[in-house]
Design a protein around this ligand. Sequence first.
Ligand code: RP5
Length: 167
Amino acid sequence: MAGKNSPVAVLMGSDSDLPVMQSCVDQLKYFGIDPIVRVLSAHRTPTQAVEFAQKAKADGIQVIIAAAGMAAHLAGAMAAHTTLPIIGVPLQAAEGPSGLDALLSTVQMPPGMPVGTMAIGKAGAKNAAVFAVQILALADKSLADKLVKFRAEQTQKVLQKDAELNK
Ligand code: RP5
């Protein structure tokens, strides 16, 4: 599943996060991006997580998406060790509360250390992919064109649903 030499990395704190984060991977693939996908934990594999962040830029990664539940420090840990843009996705863990715990852990970064934080769960997972593409599209015309097409398709789907409802 995981791509190599990709401009986007999708990290998650546990393989239990994959059912939700698959939406992020699928959304990136819609745009033709096969991301690097890794399970890395700020708490359980801290050394490997730091090593990943420190090497990311040299490895050609341009945007890191980091998803975690509970005391979600993975995105912040990435931000601490690279100047690449970090997109955080807070998740509701199977044994955790609503995901608000992860939202606050991800979003409340100290000044000077931003993590662009998405919504909790699947919506945030999909938006993380779109946001990553928006960043890359600033310097990639074909991605910018795909974003315009994506928006048009999205609009069309809603208009179709409205039309069906009002038949
Ligand atoms: C976090 O702890 C992970 O991101 C996951 O959401 C949560 C629970 O992990 P597991 O116990 O399911 O591995 O670090």
